[in-house]
Design a protein around this ligand. Structure first.
Ligand code: CMP
Length: 138
């Protein structure tokens, strides 16, 4: 079925000038952009967004990284969006990511891994409304 996923182009990829190349990969793979903006998370936003990881040893590093500069937030629509987007971005650690995936091409490390992709339809909906109002979704 056609459904939606949520993504962020993370601060590392924005800093390194990869916004255009990553959006091109996403649209070339057949995803339709239904929401899109440049924004920045505060420390409190990042703590809330990543609350599921709050007990992990890398939580502080993750929050500091994700709030250090602008991100591109987007909602994407496609047949089988959540699973197909995770295939397009590749493994969390770019060292393990398949050739041609966004993380293989643009990520620098397991922490600074260029892009986010929702892990379920339910989380995609939660993450989308975290960043976008109804007027910003099409
Ligand atoms: P993502 O899967 O989008 O969401 C959780 C994030 O935590 C992950 O991307 C990485 O940015 C980060 N992360 C996961 N594992 C580690 C790790 N071992 N060290 C630092 N950051 C990590």
């Amino acid at each position: 079925a056609t459904n939606r996923t949520f993504t962020m182009i993370k601060p590392d990829a924005v800093e390194n000038g990869h916004i255009g190349a990553i959006l091109e990969k996403i649209t070339a793979a057949g995803f339709r952009i239904v929401a899109l903006k440049l924004t920045q998370m505060t420390v409190a936003d990042a703590q809330e967004f990543y609350a599921v990881h709050s007990e992990r040893p890398f939580f502080g590093e993750l929050v500091e990284f994700m709030s250090r500069g602008p991100i591109v937030a987007a909602i994407l629509e496609k047949e089988n969006a959540v699973e197909d987007f995770r295939t397009l971005i590749g493994a969390t650690n770019p060292a393990d990511a398949a050739e041609g995936t966004i993380r293989k091409l643009y990520a620098t490390s397991v922490g600074e891994n260029a892009v986010h992709g929702s892990d379920s339809d339910e989380n995609a909906a939660i993450e989308g409304v975290f960043h976008f109002s109804g007027r910003e979704m099409f």
